[in-house]
Each structure stands twice: as C-alpha cells, then as structure tokens.
Design a protein around this ligand. Structure first.
Ligand code: GAR
Length: 191
C-alpha cells in the first residue's frame, strides 16, 4: 500500500476528495494531512475521515521538524492541495520527483507568488481569457514552475465571475486530481 501525505492551508475540499477516493482503493492511502493553519477546515475534514492531521508553524517548516515528521511517515507521494507556502529546499531535495502541486489555472499563465485560489480566478477573468483550467505539476524551489504532469481546460463564458469560474475549476480538480495521483503512484519508483 503506497502512502500519501497531503499539505493544505485552508478549506481542504480537494484533500477530502483525495482521502475519500483512496479509502476505496487498495493501491494507496492518505496517511497524514499537514497544515500551516491551526484553524484550517482541512484538519477537521481529515480527522472526521480518520486520517491523522497536524498543524505546523512556519518556523518548524524551516527548522527541519516538518522534514522529520515526513521521514517518520515515509510517503511515496507528497501532494500539495491548496497549500500556500513554499516548501524549503531540505524537503524538496529529500523527496525528488515525489512532490506535486495543483494550480487552478493553465500554467505558465497566472502562476507565481501570491497567485492562489480566488486571486487566480480574478486575474483570469480580468485578462478576459477564453479558457482556464487546472495544472498538476512537480514542485521545485520556485512557485508554480516545476514540470507539468497534467492539464485540463474549461471554457469561460462572458457571464463567468471569479466565483463561477472557481466552481468550474473545483469540479475539474475533483474529477482529475485523484486519478492523476493514482497514475503517478502506479509508476515504478525510480529513486
Ligand atoms: C484549489 O482550487 C487549488 O487549486 C488552489 O487552492 C484551491 C484549494 O481549494 N491552489 C492554489 O491556488 C495554489 N497556488 P480547497 O481547499 O477547497 O481544496
């Protein structure tokens, strides 16, 4: 059974969707959810589903304590699902090719520091783009710039608002993110 650790900062609907998906799978399970926000709804969602959930501070992220926790939980894949901080170099180098992120737009457009959640959808609407979508990519030491694994687009109508676009994007995320994770987990480990 492969082991997934999820990092999330907020609501955690993607985290919940991934947990539920793999609760029905014999291939992998979510063994831990980590959040940098002590009051993040994702922590309650995980606990309600029987998954250990822990909060950490920005200081412990950089002091090596989070790395220690990760080493204990020994993940085959680390999934950032609405996680808003940059992971430090010591974590990235410890898990080469094993950390992925989802971004709610078609990278390389609308990525980078400060581009998350509704800020992204606002920027897309403001740019009058005809389409948006989701990008799942490997994590490196720059925001939203690792190799892209998967993208799926959705069209934008003139009536769309950041809120309605967010809904469309979430639907794509719920449909595709667990499947992409599953495919990655099936691949033989090259590390
Ligand atoms: C998701 O749409 C995810 O793509 C986005 O945050 C949302 C979290 O929703 N991530 C980013 O913007 C990262 N730059 P959720 O908490 O309901 O899963």
């Amino acid at each position: 059974m492969k082991r997934i650790v999820i990092f999330a900062s907020g609501n955690g609907t993607n985290a919940e969707n991934i947990i539920r998906y793999f609760q029905k799978s014999s291939l992998a399970k979510v063994v831990l959810v980590l959040s940098n926000k002590s009051d993040a709804k994702v922590l309650t969602r995980a606990k309600n589903l029987g998954v250990p959930a822990r909060h950490f501070s920005k200081e412990t992220l950089h002091s090596g304590e989070v790395l220690k926790t990760l080493t204990e939980f020994n993940p085959d894949l680390i999934v950032l699902a609405g996680f808003l901080l940059k992971l430090p170099e010591n974590i990235i180098s410890e898990f080469p090719g094993k950390i992925i992120n989802i971004h709610p737009a078609l990278l390389p457009k609308h990525g980078g520091k400060g581009m998350y959640g509704n800020f992204v959808h606002q920027a897309v609407i403001q740019a009058k783009d005809k389409e948006s979508g989701i990008s799942i990519h490997y994590v490196n030491d720059e925001y939203d710039s690792g190799a892209i694994i998967f993208q799926k687009s959705v069209s934008i109508t003139p009536e769309d608002t950041p809120e309605s676009l967010a809904k469309k994007i979430h639907e794509l995320e719920y449909k595709w993110f667990p499947k992409v994770i599953e495919e990655l987990i099936k691949k033989p480990d090259k590390s």
